[in-house]
Design a binder for this molecule. Structure first.
Ligand code: 3H9
Length: 682
């Protein structure tokens, strides 16, 4: 007969004859907060002293094993017992132990399992050390016990990239000892540990197993470490993780463990880690839509229609096809469809060439996208996304057609980058079903999905789009209606000043270099060349606006990569930007014509004059309620425009810089340039 004793509200011990089962129950993800750690420590102590207990099983209630330390507690000083203390007690219990893994054993969760002698997992479990993505290294023995168990080379990618592995991979590496079905997992763990008892019952702590780590080939380790850290961007924790593994290989166990802990504490207090933790919680907060009941039933979406087979339409089609959804792609005629088909093929082929997709996967994904020239083909779709020409009349005509053919309850979304979603919705008899679904180029890669809430968009439509966005691997953020929504409206604030910088003396290369040094993957001019200059040009023309230089480039047919020329030159078939002497002359002539004296402009000025007006616009957007949270704006810029994630997004960065510094800077540049950079054209 089994008896259960509660240790505290989060931990209990169940006794099954001579086996003690320690249960953790801390929904939703069994994070190791102070109470769980305290409960575990007491449970270990109690079982150590219990002479009737000969072996221990460690398991979790709910949907997952421990997903890590409680990230929310990291802003506060660590309370005793710390996780390393709990794990050391478990490791020294003197009786065989086994961890039972279902769902995810991440971070401190995986480290906890490494304090046990054995591990058993379900077939779909995932194991990983994602700490690097939060800006620090594992702090409870992960960088030491993991290489002890699986060798330095196998531990390297787990520590440096944070990418989890499957239980099959873990079994092959020796990280888990057995795999068992979810419904018999605990029983199988008990049987496993009883077999250990029958075989002699001696514990074999990971800290005493030096065999695998001793086999680590130093040359291969350094080669692999150099490759992985070079791909990790500006993440300090990636190289710190490598150093921690080097220590595990070279130093005695306890020494390596102590250095790991010190590094963890230092990195946890860094600005980079604070920024990355902010982003972690921002992503979870964005899934909660202001004023909408989180439990509102969502509409089923099993097929998607796309109107428009251009760059955006095909990218969006790929995003859904990649997630396994069938897509109908519609365009005006056979010629347009042939171009769309060629574009899809070319994009998938690039992935095959890179090695990220197999030929069979490419075929499978292409087969999910059917092409059509008749609107009737969209009549069975659960969601239709219009990705046509950025023109109100064109969009309204499409929506009135969609209104006629779409089935009742279908969601009708527009991928407009700037236009009024309410006016588009007015072309239908069902404005409640209409919303914006604004993707970012390239839509199959960029993670942001700005979901635009019209005045009459139904709550379940919003929640369906949020859930669907997450399902296809996007980061959905709900925003309100205004010209350019959040992202492009702030981009306009940045764009105006970056253009002035060119006229006053900077080159596109200098501006872009200041951005990449700040941490952006590319600068504003390279980005415009990638996206195409013609879209915003057409937009300006529609509004009767002009933008010196940018308009001149477009008049000359320099639309960016698509025409081989923009702010840079692109050789045929190449996406590598090259400085263009012709453009340098064009800019100088323009400055002269406009009576602007050219001067040297340093990188600090470039950053202040472009980012400060953007942040100013962000504050205004918040005041108007277009974005519900400042962290939503951060996500939009990180996932849609490549703002460096390690700086937490523009609004978080502004807070770290100090809002007063931004205001003083804006006043300074306002005075110096004589322009109202507080209120750029939007
Ligand atoms: C660590 O372990 C350090 C150690 O080395 C050293 C210690 C000394 N803490 O993502 P979801 C919340 S660092 C606190 O939507 P899913 C989350 O905020 C940690 N809260 O679910 C959300 O709350 P709410 C290393 C956490 O099913 C709710 O749980 N571990 C934590 O899509 C549901 O989350 C990681 O980095 C946490 N650790 O995905 C793993 N985790 O409902 C981080 C989640 O109020 N977590 N929450 O918005 C994940 O990757 C995903 O949550 C997981 C589930 C895959 C587990």
């Amino acid at each position: 007969m089994r008896t259960t004793t509660g240790i505290n509200s989060r931990v209990a011990i169940e006794r099954e004859a001579n086996v003690g089962i320690v249960w953790i129950d801390n929904p939703p993800v069994n994070a190791l907060n102070t109470e769980v750690r305290a409960g575990l420590w007491s449970a270990v102590e109690s079982l150590r002293q219990d002479v009737g207990i000969e072996a221990i099983v460690l398991a979790c209630r709910g949907r997952t094993f421990v997903a890590g330390a409680d990230i929310g507690e990291f802003a506060l000083p660590a309370k005793e017992p710390t996780l390393p203390v709990v794990i050391a007690a478990l490791e020294a219990i003197g009786k065989p132990t086994i961890a039972v893994i279902h769902g995810t054993a991440f971070g401190g969760g995986l480290e906890l399992t490494l304090g046990c002698d054995y591990r058993i997992a379900t077939p779909d479990a995932r194991l990983g050390l994602p700490e690097v993505r939060l800006g620090f290294i594992p702090g409870a023995g992960g960088t030491v016990r993991l290489p002890y168990l699986i060798g330095g080379l196998a531990a390297l990618p787990m520590v440096v990239t944070g990418q989890p592995i499957s239980s099959d991979e873990a079994l092959a590496l020796g990280l888990v000892d057995a795999i068992a079905a979810a419904d018999t997992l605990v029983e199988d763990a008990i049987a496993f540990i009883r077999r250990v008892l029958v075989g002699g019952g001696k514990p074999c702590p990971v800290r005493e197993r030096r065999e695998q780590i001793g086999k680590t080939d130093p040359t291969l380790f350094e080669q692999e470490a150099a490759l992985l850290t070079s791909r990790s961007g500006s993440l300090v924790a990636a190289s710190a993780g490598v150093e921690a593994l080097r220590n595990a290989i070279a130093l005695p166990f306890d020494e390596a463990l102590n250095i790991e802990r010190e590094t963890f504490e230092t990195l946890k207090a860094s600005e980079q880690s604070k920024a990355l933790r902010h982003v972690f919680f921002a992503e979870r907060a964005a899934a909660k839509v202001e004023g909408v009941d989180h439990d509102v039933p969502v509409r089923p979406v099993e097929s998607v229609g796309i109107v428009g087979g251009g760059t955006m339409g095909t990218g969006i089609a790929m995003a859904f096809a990649n997630a396994g959804l069938p897509v109908v792609l519609l365009d005006l005629n056979a010629a347009a469809l042939a171009q769309a088909r060629a574009r899809l093929d070319q994009n998938y082929q690039a992935s095959v060439t890179r090695g990220s997709l197999t030929e069979a996967q490419k075929r499978e994904r292409l087969d999910r996208i059917s092409l059509s020239v008749t609107y009737d083909a969209l009549s069975t779709c659960d969601l239709v996304i219009e990705a046509a020409f950025e023109d109100m009349d064109v969009k309204k005509e499409i929506f009135s057609k969609l209104d006629r053919i779409a089935k009742p309850g279908a969601i009708l979304a527009t991928n407009t980058s700037y236009l009024d979603v309410n006016e588009i919705a007015s072309a239908t008899e069902r404005p409640g079903d209409v919303a914006g679904a604004h993707f970012f180029s390239p839509a199959n890669v960029m993670k942001l999905m700005e979901i635009v809430r019209g005045a009459r968009t139904a709550p379940d439509v919003l929640m369906t789009l949020v859930e669907l966005g997450r399902k296809i691997g996007k980061v959905p953020v709900v925003v309100g209606v205004c010209r350019g929504f959040v992202g492009n409206r702030m981009l306009a604030a940045r764009g105006a000043e970056s253009m002035n910088l060119l006229l006053e003396g900077a080159s596109p290369q200098e501006v872009d270099k200041a951005f990449t040094s700040f941490g952006w993957p590319m600068g504003p001019f390279e980005m415009q060349d990638l996206a195409g200059l013609d879209i915003s040009w057409r937009n300006r023309k529609a509004l009767g606006q002009t933008l010196p230089l940018a308009d001149d480039l477009c008049e000359l047919g320099r639309f960016g990569q698509k025409t081989g020329r923009g702010y840079y030159l692109y050789e045929a078939g190449s996406r590598v930007p090259k400085p263009d002497p012709e453009l340098a002359t064009l800019i100088e002539t323009k400055s002269k014509d406009m009576g602007i004296a050219r001067r040297r402009i340093d990188p600090e000025e470039i950053i202040e004059r472009t980012l400060y007006p953007m942040i100013n616009e962000g504050v205004r957007i918040l005041k108007e309620g277009i974005a519900s949270r400042s962290s939503d704006i951060d996500l939009i810029w990180i996932h849609g425009y490549g703002f460096p994630v390690a700086k937490g997004g523009p609004m978080f960065w502004a807070e770290t810089e100090g809002m007063s510094k931004i205001v003083v800077g804006l006043r300074h540049w306002h005075k110096k340039t004589g322009r109202d950079i507080f209120r750029p054209a939007s």
